[in-house]
Design a binder for this molecule. Structure first.
Ligand code: HEM
Ligand code: NAG
Length: 527
């Protein structure tokens, strides 16, 4: 064989590939922005800084021009099953994936392989019986009052001893703070307390570095990176400890050591945290969980509950700063409720974070938080693996072995789902007619179709921490808003970070101003 023959052979292979790929693109294409030869690559590249909005735009266009509510994205030069992504945001399709045909849409082997080093077979990273057993065990714990109390205790403590001090200092020194950073630290501390009974105090004056938190961050980041590559590539990198893979191993060791000491501490001195409870549980064969399994279980909860509520709170504060009429109503509701529980003097309202019964009464605040999650869901896109060939309710074919993405971000931004004003921040859409009997003006009313709002997922794998998250978010939101008014730092740009969690790329820089509250017997208003 001479070089010409090799060359011609190569050309033939490339041409065959292009024909095959283009044909697949044509066959699977239900939406815009899928070209022969290059697939969606140029669009993905051009829109890499605004992927969620781009996906929402695609879906809006597709549902406007065809009966499909789904579009396909394709990346050339990858295997068929890794290169084609079906993306949908139609509530009927989402219900099909998350509930009706739950068994056909697990997390899947690629996801599990990527996360295995960090999460093992924990609840967040398993399917089938392994998942079900942990889910059942954990679900029991999450409904107990003691877990709610534990959460409130951790939140209470962080707010009183650290958050308020930091904000007070910032107010007095007239220095801006990155609120997102403070909130990330706060929820990390809370979830560690709740999960294994130890508060790493990453939120403290001076915002110190914490080796465990940094190692955990870095391990999560390197793990997510794996999802961007075909499996054999990161496996190869792992063997040679190359780049992020080398770093991952080091970080995992730090995390491992920290968890070992936490586990030993809980064995000696059990508390009301999740780890202490799992130490006393048995697996399906009646055996106690091994140390390794217990550590993984705990890490899964830390990962599940750490950043989600803080990014939700960051978007909440940003939206509230830009909607003074909503801010007024939140303060108004808080004043009304606290007047009932603590009396007319506003200094008693800001002395302590919320009690349970107070948090339960804050219906408008709950609506504002939920409305935030509709527009800025902490998990913007979620993925499932397709076990067997299937047809979605809108008629889209999904081939076995491929990945289906449901865009939680896009559901909230579809006129067909939320109406003409879907892009507006309007907490009222979650409230019923005024209710006066109980002394509260509104009742919270979730939509009839539970699959219109999936920020906490839905079906058998619904977020277990939803109620705890609302408790925590209400407590933090009230603790900040009752004491302070926040002002955006001029020139600071709030942008989305392209990640599996909807962080603000440059954080949320704010100035902290004092808040005047009006007590007395009349209707309280914000001065
Ligand atoms: C605003 C805050 C939160 C949001 C938006 C949220 C959202 C979600 C979502 C979308 C999932 C599904 C992920 C998937 O399977 O791909 C999930 C699962 C889960 N969440 Fe949350 N979450 C929040 C807070 C929390 C908190 C504070 C905890 C723990 C205390 C928690 C514990 C869990 C657990 C254990 C799962 C796994 C459930 C399972 O797979 O069976 N979440 N959450
Ligand atoms: C918060 O902690 C303080 C001091 O320990 C306590 O007096 C207060 O009752 C706690 N509040 C809640 C809501 O637990």
């Amino acid at each position: 064989m001479d070089t010409t023959q090799v060359f011609l052979g190569l050309i033939a292979i490339i041409l065959a590939y292009i024909l095959w790929f283009s044909n697949l693109c044509r066959r699977l294409n239900t939406g815009p922005n899928l070209w022969p030869v290059v697939g969606s690559l140029p669009y993905l590249f051009m829109n890499r800084h605004r992927l969620h909005d781009w996906i929402a735009g695609n879906l809006r266009q597709t549902s406007g021009t065809s009966t499909y509510q789904t579009c396909t994205l394709a990346i050339p030069f990858l295997a068929y099953k890794q290169g084609f992504f079906t993306v949908t945001c139609h509530p009927k399709n989402i219900e099909h994936i998350l509930r009706t045909r739950f068994e056909n849409y697990p997390k899947g082997p690629q996801w599990q392989a990527a996360f295995h080093d960090l999460l093992g077979q924990g609840i967040f990273n398993s399917d089938g019986d392994t998942w079900l057993l942990q889910r059942k065990t954990a679900a029991l714990e999450f409904t107990t009052r003691t877990l709610r109390q534990a959460m409130n205790r951790w939140v209470n403590q962080t707010i009183r001893t650290r958050l308020w001090k930091i904000l007070e200092t910032s107010k007095n020194e007239k220095k801006s703070v990155d609120l997102q950073d403070l909130l990330l630290r706060l929820t990390f501390d809370n979830i560690c307390g709740l999960t294994f009974g130890k508060d790493p105090m990453t939120l403290s004056l001076g915002l110190p570095d914490n080796p465990f938190a940094s190692a955990f961050d870095s391990a999560t980041e390197s793990t997510l990176q794996r999802l961007l590559y075909p499996e054999f590539l990161w496996r190869l990198k792992k063997v040679f400890q190359f780049g992020t893979e080398g770093k991952l191993q080091k970080c995992l060791q730090v995390v491992e050591n920290y968890m070992s000491s936490a586990l030993n501490a809980r064995r000696e001195n059990p508390s009301d945290d999740l780890l202490s409870r799992f130490i006393n549980k048995r697996d399906q064969n009646g055996n106690a969980f091994t140390d390794d399994v217990l550590k993984r279980i705990a890490l899964n909860f830390v990962l599940a509950g750490r950043d989600t509520s803080s990014v939700a709170l960051s978007w909440f504060f940003w939206l509230v700063m830009n909607h003074p009429e909503v801010e007024d109503k939140i303060i108004d509701e808080l004043s009304t409720v606290l007047k009932q529980t603590r009396g007319n003097d506003p200094t008693t309202w800001v002395r302590d974070p919320l009690q349970f019964d107070e948090a339960d009464k804050l219906v408008y605040l709950k609506a504002a938080l939920t409305e935030t999650l509709r527009l800025y869901p902490s998990v913007p896109e979620d993925f499932k693996y397709v076990v067997n060939d299937d047809v979605l309710p809108d008629g889209t074919m999904v081939p076995a072995g491929s990945t289906i993405t449901y865009s939680i971000y896009s559901v909230g931004r579809m006129k067909t789902v939320w109406g003409e004003d879907c892009m507006e921040f309007r907490p009222e859409r979650w409230l019923s007619e005024p209710v006066t009997k109980s002394g509260l003006r509104y009742r919270f009313e979730p939509p009839q179709d539970g699959y219109k709002f999936v920020a906490f997922n839905a079906g058998p794998r619904t977020c277990l921490g939803k109620d705890l998250a609302y408790l925590q978010m209400k407590s933090v939101a009230s603790a900040i808003l009752l004491r302070y008014r926040l002002l955006p730092v001029p020139g600071h740009r709030v942008e989305q970070k392209m990640s599996l969690t909807l962080f603000m790329k440059n954080g949320l820089k704010v100035f902290v101003m004092p808040r005047e509250l009006k007590g007395g017997v009349g209707v309280a208003t914000c001065a």
